[in-house]
Write a new protein. Sequence first.
Length: 234
Amino acid sequence: MKKTKKFYEGKAKIMYETDKPDFVIQEFKDDATAFDATKRGTIKEKSVINNEISSALFQLLESKGIPTHFVKKLSDREMLVKRLDIILVEVTIRNISAGGLSKLLSIEEGIVLKSPLLEYHYKKDELHDPLINDYHIEMLGLATSKEMKKIRDYSFSINEILKDFFGKVGLKLVDFKLEFGRHKGKILLGDEISPDTCRLWDKKTNEKLDKDRFRRDLGRIEEAYQEVLKRIKS
Ligand code: 5GP
């Protein structure tokens, strides 16, 4: 498949068209941003690591019956994916309090939640991705209630699969963000799943092995991403 025109460049990825309209190439970048891109930097080899981690996790999810946009890993930094009409709702699932939840409700970090918490955020940078609910989604016409039911069911299933998978390699899945889109009338999981989009803590020490090392200037960022990859591959 031939890579043709660049049609989108975001904070962590570039998307290219191919000679087949239903397929696009997702290229990972080393750039890292946080706090609405007010903090910027690069994490060496992040693109290669996140491409490898995402590819492995998409394959795991596909093997468990979750439809994703993943087709195949093309190179160190590139992944071939199905073209999606992205739904502008970011789904966050939380198992342990941290980040946005701790701030919103003034809850200390690290409290294990009785059951997984699902949140929706409107994917709109200018508005700083505000927290929304099903009624806002309906009002804004972002997705139908049938689509949202599917998205909700997939998200909770993904949480169970990933919690179990990470648990076996000594990692706690604290929280993560998912994006979905439409492809030929079906809902598919899109974007990426990586230490950029998940909070992962070491089971024994609670050491943070994710993007919070960049957000909070904790150092050893690259090493943390490499550690997650190493465990996934173990
Ligand atoms: P929070 O709402 O606590 O900031 O984020 C919850 C989880 O979703 C974290 O694992 C975080 O990495 C991920 N997340 C939420 N929004 C974004 C986003 O815009 N970009 C990235 N990379 N991750 C996000």
